[in-house]
Design a protein around this ligand. Structure first.
Ligand code: BDR
Ligand code: CA
Length: 308
């Protein structure tokens, strides 16, 4: 199965890369970068750093749009540090990003593919929205979009909104209205997929370059979650979307209509999920409500252990 990751690495995006690349049954045809957790030049660098650590410099990395469609960029240094990937000492990437713009690359790879491609966006949806608007024919070659973003319940950046959707709500609205199959893996799911200190200890004991890198990422990442939520390590949000692609059904979903709030004063970026079907609108997403946490953690730890 071919997949494209569109992301803003980011600690949990980095773990998502490590999870997917441990599974050769998924062919990662590109990583397209958006701005989000950190400015674009940092997210591009961070994607390349992760590929360098795992020796997958063959995966093309492309630079996308540097800011949301209509708004100034807001980043998350309080979670991910100034670089977007604070913690480990990063290796110098040996391969530059590709010259082609991420939006163009996304469209070209989709249009040229003789099979459908699954998109896994784990950052603001800026690039995906631009690709859908500029190249509407790509829709028919998208198998499904399994995105990390949104929430049925509470947000994490405001009481109403999850970070990825809040950063670029207009882009999210375009994607949810595009008529493409969407699986939304939001905070209701990812906040059930917590890593604990004992999981971190398992990773530490693996004693490889990749596991040490993952450990140092998680140690930094845990500071924010320990402080705000009292969680030991925290949710590896973006890896949950990859897990759903690897093991369809690991995330339990319900089909429903999702609208994205773009103009609310207090609710900007909220994914308004019609759980009870009261709007009468046709469902446009399979919305994640729960995850098999133990199966997810096992999948993640197995993936990290597979690197030698
Ligand atoms: C999402 O926001 C980012 O900080 C994470 O990488 C994840 O994609 C969680 O709200
Ligand atoms: Ca992310």
């Amino acid at each position: 199965m071919k997949v494209i990751l569109d992301m803003d690495p980011g600690h949990d995006d980095a773990l998502a890369i490590l999870l997917v690349l441990a599974h050769p049954e998924l062919e990662v045809v590109a990583i397209t970068c958006c701005a989000g957790n950190a400015p674009l030049h940092r997210t591009v660098m961070n994607a390349r750093v992760v590929l360098e650590v795992v020796g997958h410099q063959d995966v093309p990395v492309a630079k996308g749009l540097p800011a949301p469609l209509l708004r100034p960029l807001q980043t998350a240094p309080e979670v991910h540090g100034a670089t977007g990937l604070d913690g480990p000492v990063p290796p110098e990437p040996s391969v530059p990003p590709v010259g082609e713009h991420a939006v163009r690359l996304l469209a070209r790879l989709l249009l040229e593919s003789d099979e459908t491609v699954t998109l896994i966006p784990t950052g603001p949806l800026t690039n995906i929205a631009a690709a859908l608007r500029m190249h509407p024919r790509i829709s028919s070659n998208i198998e499904r979009i399994v995105l990390m973003g949104g929430a049925v319940g509470e947000g994490n950046v405001t009481p109403s909104a999850e970070f990825n959707i809040w950063v670029d709500p207009e882009a999210a609205a375009v994607v949810f209205e595009a008529g493409v199959p969407i699986t939304m893996v939001g905070l209701d799911v990812t906040h059930q997929a917590l890593l604990y200190d004992r999981d971190l200890e398992c990773i530490r004991r693996m004693g490889t370059r990749v596991s040490t890198f993952a450990c140092e990422l998680l140690e930094f990442y845990s500071r924010f979650h320990r402080g705000r939520y009292g969680w030991e390590v925290g949710p590896v949000h973006d890896a949950c979307a990859v897990a759903e692609v690897l093991r369809p059904g690991i995330v339990q979903t319900r089909d429903m209509y999702v609208a994205v709030e773009t103009s609310g004063v207090h609710t900007r970026g909220r994914t308004v999920c019609d759980v009870l079907g009261v709007t009468g609108e046709r469902a446009n997403a399979a919305v994640g409500l729960a995850i098999d946490r133990d199966a997810f953690v096992e999948l993640l730890l197995e993936a990290l252990a597979s690197y030698r």
